[in-house]
Design a protein. Structure first.
Length: 353
């Protein structure tokens, strides 16, 4: 397959959040990204566009691309399926590299580069922006979204897989066009407050007993701290899970938690449940997400919003508290972390409570 120079994102000009069609042209046939049902989940694939009588493409799927604040050039890409369960569904990577949309406790984040932009006027007379020669890849790696890498490419259907191109250069089958259907401009009543760490940390459990270590946290919450007005929080991590002697980790054996403390532990300190602030006899801690165990690679992942599904995270924060991130392991596994960010969504209308 013909290769080309890798695309470069224009400085300070990442793609805009919004709803998109994702297309690719191969052998003079336009392929549109879609989700093919495979039971309870959906597999990502490219299929030839369905044409109406006036030869206008009728793409059945649009994709929502959302920026991850605090993480440079990092996005989530979600499919327009299961709108009533949107918070419980996410894009994940299977062990064989195929992409699926399924119920999960974590979501994958992606970097998106592009070469140029242009505009097109569709049949509905609306002019839309197109990002051309885009590459979508796992942050910090050379693992790219690739069409038909397994030889399945036909004019009807081709699977999308995450493939390491081993520095071959950007391939045509890894190049996409992103047509913006409707942009997002954010909410005027919402802003973000982010804390992070780029220090590595590793937590190893020698047996079935869960081990928790403190990674990083906030300063002491002051009376005017914006965190007191948060309406949600979300943790993103760059981490991997391994078992004994570098083997695969057991399922659900490594994870991350966010906890409230009255006294903040020191980085790397092992934490017991008694050290976590409690209310009504229960520790104020929330699981963010667990790491996949089908390989020993690092994955850039994010957890769900902590103030959903009855988890009243925001209402649990008080003046004088600290918020901390815990790295956890069990069943003889190791959780190795290269960096993480904890993002608070702030309601500017509320002010301090």
């Amino acid at each position: 397959m013909e290769s080309r120079a890798p695309p470069h994102r224009k400085p300070d000009s990442r793609i805009q959040e919004g709803n998109y069609h994702i297309n690719q042209v191969q052998c003079d046939v336009t392929l549109s990204m879609t989700a093919i049902s495979n039971g309870s989940n959906s597999t990502f694939a490219m299929k030839s566009e369905v044409l109406t009588g006036n030869e206008q493409p009728l793409q059945s799927q649009f994709w929502t691309i959302t920026y991850q604040p605090g993480i440079e050039n990092s996005f989530t890409i979600d499919v327009s399926l299961n709108p009533t369960d949107a918070g419980a569904w996410a894009t994940i990577v299977n062990a064989d590299g195929t992409l699926e949309y399924q119920r999960t406790k974590y979501f994958a984040t992606w970097s998106i580069d592009y070469v140029d932009t242009y505009t097109v006027t569709d049949a509905d007379s609306v002019t839309r922006k197109v990002y051309s020669n885009c590459s979508i890849y796992e942050p910090g790696t050379t693992r790219y979204w690739t069409v038909g890498d397994d030889g399945s490419l036909t004019h009807d259907l081709a699977q999308i897989k995450l493939v390491d191109n081993n520095d071959q250069g950007h391939l045509l089958k890894q190049s996409f066009e992103l047509k913006q259907l409707s942009p997002w401009f954010g909410n005027g009543w919402e802003q973000n407050h982010t804390i992070c760490s780029v220090e590595p940390i590793s937590v190893t459990a020698t047996d079935d007993t869960p081990i928790r270590k403190f990674y990083f946290g906030t300063n002491k919450i002051s009376p005017n701290d914006p965190i007191l007005s948060c309406i949600g929080a979300q943790l993103s991590t760059d981490a991997c899970a391994t078992g004994k002697d570098g083997q695969l980790a057991k399922a659900d054996s490594t994870w991350f938690e966010v906890a409230v403390f009255s006294k903040l532990p020191t980085p790397g300190q092992q934490v017991t449940l008694e050290q976590v602030k409690s209310r009504d006899g229960k520790p104020l801690m929330w699981e963010s997400h667990r790491l996949p165990c089908h390989d020993v690679n690092y994955h850039a992942l994010g957890g769900g919003m902590l103030n959903t599904d009855g988890q009243y995270f925001c209402k649990s924060i008080e003046e004088g508290d600290y918020i901390g991130v815990l790295v956890c392991a069990q069943y003889g596994s190791t959780c190795a972390v290269r960096g993480a960010k904890l993002r608070f969504e702030i309601d500017k209308k509320m002010g301090s409570r």
